[in-house]
Design a protein around this ligand. Structure first.
Ligand SMILES: Cc1cc2nc3c(=O)[nH]c(=O)nc-3n(C[C@H](O)[C@H](O)[C@H](O)COP(=O)(O)O)c2cc1C
Length: 154
């Protein structure tokens, strides 16, 4: 008997990182951002996604990392979510490890425009990643618990 497993049945062990910016939908209360963060933590725990959501009252910038299939599924949900608009992907690629392994979804409300979420729009690639991590340096010094990537099949 063959012990081979069909590729489609193999667990997804590759990690991807998605960084994007978007805008809170017109007319939506700013409190919606906190609700989104709360509900997303439940989903992200289920989907083994970690990351950070920043919000300045108007703009979102979100860094999410996790199994590649889970990130693709999340992107599909994000792109049809009417609570935000003008979704602009800054970076989406495979990564070797997580940057925010302990955060199901860290939420950072940035009230000062000079923190510059809006300035991320239009940036691409590693410059955009660096700009985001400059905006949220405080998160880098928090102790983290590791959320393991899915185990490969035995
Ligand atoms: C700015 C923003 C960030 C979001 N981040 C996440 C997220 O990290 N994880 C998640 O599952 N849903 C996130 N959502 C919600 C999704 O778009 C979608 O509504 C949700 O995943 C659907 O979950 P459900 O299928 O359990 O109803 C976010 C929505 C917005 C507007």
């Amino acid at each position: 008997m063959s012990t081979r497993v069909a590729a489609s049945k193999m667990p997804d062990t590759s990690l991807s990182l998605l960084l994007y910016v978007s805008r809170l939908a017109a007319g939506a209360p700013t409190g919606a951002a906190l609700d989104i963060a709360r509900e997303s933590r439940v989903n992200n725990s289920r989907d083994q996604i970690t990351g950070v959501l920043t919000f300045d009252g108007t703009n979102f910038a979100q860094w999410v990392e996790g199994p590649s299939g889970a990130i693709t599924d999340l992107y599909a949900r994000l792109s049809t979510d009417t609570r935000h608009s003008d979704l602009d992907v800054i970076h989406w690629d495979a990564v070797a490890s997580r940057r925010y392994p302990g955060w199901k979804l860290g939420f950072l409300r940035l009230d000062l425009a000079e923190f510059g979420i809006a300035s991320l729009r239009g940036q691409r690639g590693t410059k955009g990643l660096e700009a985001f991590t400059f905006i949220v340096p405080a998160l880098d010094i928090e102790p983290v618990a590791t959320l393991d990537a899915p185990e490969p099949a035995a």
